[in-house]
Design a binder for this molecule. Structure first.
Ligand SMILES: [Zn+2]
Length: 262
């Protein structure tokens, strides 16, 4: 269908808008379900016409209708990014499937990936802004990933279980060795989540990507004097990024890597 990609992008943007609400309200400890959204500065409740994702932001030129204060860039960026990721998941779904799942299986897999991406967007943004990987995001995501993957079965069950244990254990060891200086408990849960989402093999790919991305950005920021060696790095942001990339490209990357030796 011609309109399907636009429709899926639209769904992604709306989910992104919801993810923004989750991120802001979690940080302010207010209810996610109850209450109208308000301007962060003047507390004026937003009207229905201000709640349309992206379009409201563009029409208001990024400023509050009442007090003219700047609306956070996080709103449109997360909305567009989630829309793009949802669309990409749909367009690339068959790259990562080792065998024919059939139409129904593909749809379940697509839904699974959309839920995964939603959790990862929250973890990405929250760690970037507040330097925390919160258990209230990682633990439900771990339970969901474990259950859906064991049920779907296209990643072997041992790989899902061992992946979570090994990658979580990798951070746990670092925590022990450094006595909490290098990583925090949130990283352990994030590592386990990566294993449960991707299995052992692709989990390692995601971990490897996260370190490469982290090193590039870290060196870039030190060179451009935006950071020093002491600046804390939101590593959960990079772990989430590595996991998203692996969800799209994990299997092709593994095939390419193995192809170098065979
Ligand atoms: Zn305002």
């Amino acid at each position: 269908m011609f309109w399907t990609p636009f429709f899926i992008f639209g769904i992604g943007v709306c989910i992104g808008s919801f993810l923004n609400v989750v991120i802001f309200r979690t940080h302010e400890e207010t209810s996610i379900v109850r209450g109208r959204s308000k301007c962060q500065t003047c507390d004026v409740p937003l009207g229905v016409q201000d709640l349309v994702p992206i379009l409201s932001y563009v029409r208001l030129r990024g400023r509050c209708r009442k007090c003219q204060s700047v609306i956070s860039w996080q709103y449109p960026v997360v909305e567009v990014a989630t829309g793009v990721l949802f669309l990409l998941m749909y367009l690339t779904i068959d790259w990562n499937v080792p065998y024919n799942l059939g139409l129904q299986g593909m749809m379940v897999l697509l839904l699974r990936n959309w839920v995964f991406v939603s959790y990862l967007v929250i973890i990405f943004v929250y760690d970037l802004r507040h330097m925390y990987i919160l258990d209230r995001f990682t633990i439900p995501a771990m339970i969901f990933a474990l259950m859906v993957n064991l049920w779907l079965g296209f990643i072997p069950a041992w790989s899902v279980l061992v992946g979570g244990l090994v990658i979580g254990g990798f951070f746990w060891l670092q925590l022990l060795i450094s006595r909490g200086a290098w990583v925090g408990g949130g990283d352990i849960r994030m590592g386990a989540l990566m294993g449960f989402m991707l299995g052992l093999e692709q989990g390692f790919v995601a971990l490897f990507l996260a370190y490469i991305l982290g090193a590039f950005v870290g060196v870039g920021m030190i060179v451009s004097k935006k950071a020093t060696r002491k600046t804390p790095i939101p590593f959960g942001t990079f772990l989430a990024m590595g996991t998203v990339i692996t969800l799209f490209l994990g299997q092709p990357m593994i095939d390419w890597y193995l192809g170098l030796f065979l």
